[in-house]
Design a protein around this ligand. Structure first.
Ligand SMILES: [Zn+2]
Length: 317
């Protein structure tokens, strides 16, 4: 039986069901709440998360992938506590985002890769929770030396463990291409890679290229109108489905239950569509209207995520 590790242990990939491939439970600046604990109300955050996960489950979503890294304040005990209260499964990531601590500059590729491999094979800290996906990121600054270090470490950890890579990109700068080039140089099978935030782009040539080279693209920021308005996101996705690319796309919001960047009120005021339920409530009906078939939606929400987590090297636990 094919299984994937989640915050509460291994689950059969056949059981994953409709899956949002790029979300967060909590994102925060590491070190801030530890030093100013009055900024952190863990009980309240757990309550918010419990409510949001229950709402998601009501809409038929069964799994989310939490791509929160160390520099986004990954708190594995909190993630596990949310998962225990949640009817929706949580898959956990290792890796580093684009604001790495000095540690990742001061240590070489293999040393960083060893940390990722440890999270995947032994578990994160003392939690016993194993990561099942590797996150890395390239933003407006491009492939700086530390980012290159992290991309190569991600590639080596991918090859050592078989788990997929999922990236953050600056789509307007076509960063997915630079990421694919580095992964290919390291010998990664590009079909094991999800190029994230591709849904921020309406450059069809760029998007087709990423998929033609083998990767899946993340149409994963629904509701973030400032990067690309909803109508455009739907139009691009429907066009690519019509061209036969539904097997190479996954869906998500890149939303969170709680963030130290933006209060719940500020989120509602400034990004009213940016929440866990936007795809279920608004996007799936809009896609249907735009001619996307029910089977293609099932492919992007259910079969593609399952295949991505199933394709580990044979013989690996
Ligand atoms: Zn994200």
């Amino acid at each position: 039986m094919n299984t994937v590790d989640t915050a509460l242990g291994p689950v059969a990939t056949a059981e994953l069901g409709p899956t949002l491939m790029h979300e967060h439970i909590v994102t925060r600046s590491p070190g801030v709440q530890e030093n100013w604990p009055h900024l952190w109300d863990r009980t309240n955050i757990l309550e918010i998360a419990e409510r949001k996960m229950a709402d998601l489950h009501k809409r038929g979503i069964r799994t989310i992938v939490d791509l929160t890294t160390v520099d986004l304040g990954r708190d594995i005990d909190l993630i596990a506590a949310v998962a225990k209260r949640s009817p929706v499964r949580v898959i956990v990531a290792t890796g580093v985002w684009w604001m790495p601590q000095r540690y990742f500059t001061a240590h070489g590729v293999d040393e960083v890769a060893a940390l990722f491999i440890r999270d995947i094979t032994q578990g994160i800290g003392a939690s016993g929770v194993k990561a099942a996906i590797i996150k890395c990121a390239t933003d407006t600054a491009g492939v700086t030396p530390v980012i290159e270090n992290v991309l190569r470490a991600s590639a080596r950890a991918q090859k050592a463990t078989g788990v997929p890579i999922s990236t953050h990109t600056w789509a307007a700068g076509r960063s997915g291409e630079a990421q694919q080039a580095i992964f290919a140089q390291e010998g990664v099978d590009l079909s094991r890679v999800i190029i994230g935030h591709s849904g921020d782009s309406e450059d069809l040539g760029y998007l087709r290229g990423l998929m033609e080279r083998g990767s899946t693209i993340g149409m994963d920021r629904f509701g973030l109108e400032q990067y690309l308005p909803t109508a455009k996101r739907v139009e691009v996705l429907a066009k690519l489905c019509a061209e036969g690319y539904a097997g190479k796309m996954v869906l998500s919001h890149d939303a969170n239950c709680w963030s130290d960047m933006l209060s719940e009120d500020a989120k509602r005021r400034t990004r009213p569509l940016w929440h866990y339920n936007h795809i279920s409530d608004d996007i799936l009906p809009a896609l249907r209207k735009a001619g996307v078939a029910v089977d293609q939606i099932d492919q992007m929400l259910v079969r593609n995520p399952r295949a991505i987590f199933e394709a580990r090297k044979p013989g690996r636990a």
